[in-house]
Design a protein around this ligand. Structure first.
Ligand SMILES: *[C@@H]1O[C@H](CO)[C@@H](O)[C@H](O)[C@H]1NC(C)=O
Length: 160
């Protein structure tokens, strides 16, 4: 009986506990406009375990690249959440004048990777996204260190 309860407890804690990570994608223009100005924004990703911690910044531009879709330029940035079963935006600046979900930005799944694209005036705007990713397995089963993450991002940039 006791071992049954123990088994049940182990089973429950395995199914209820999911592993998470947080990201912040910070994009800024020289004038800090949120309406789409004359300059391209530069972005960098911040890696976090918990949503509200300061996190570890990734070098500017690393993991980001551009593509054309129907004559429109998009900038994609890798969120470093491979094999996640859920990816969600937990926060974006309220009342943004150029970045609109599903119109000028969107999270996209490509294979096992999750990436976020921006287009149109959003490309030339300051914008910050806070993003959560949920996994079945602990994140450190995929990457042992930030150097491995940076190497993954550099390799990805070379593929496109
Ligand atoms: C965005 O910035 C680029 C680079 O400075 C510029 O060529 C382009 O015209 C700008 N786009 C808009 C919509 O202002």
């Amino acid at each position: 009986m006791i071992s049954r309860i123990l088994l049940l407890t182990v089973f429950l804690s395995c199914t209820v506990i999911a592993y998470h990570q947080y990201r912040e994608l910070k994009c800024s223009t020289p004038s800090n406009t949120i309406r789409g100005g004359p300059d391209r924004a530069e972005c960098h990703l911040v890696l976090k375990e918990e949503e509200l911690e300061t996190g570890r910044p990734v070098p500017t531009g690393l993991g980001c690249w551009t593509e054309e879709h129907d004559g429109q330029e998009r900038e994609y940035c890798d969120l470093v959440c491979p094999k996640s079963h859920t990816v969600f935006i937990s926060y974006i600046d309220q009342g943004h004048r150029a970045c609109f979900n599903f119109v000028t930005y969107q999270i996209e799944k490509r294979g096992e990777e999750s990436i976020l694209w921006r287009s149109g005036k959003c490309l030339n705007s300051t914008v910050n996204y806070r993003i959560g990713c949920k996994f079945d397995d602990p994140f450190d089963t995929q990457f042992k260190s930030d150097n491995e993450i940076f190497a993954h991002l550099r390799a990805r940039a070379r593929r496109v």
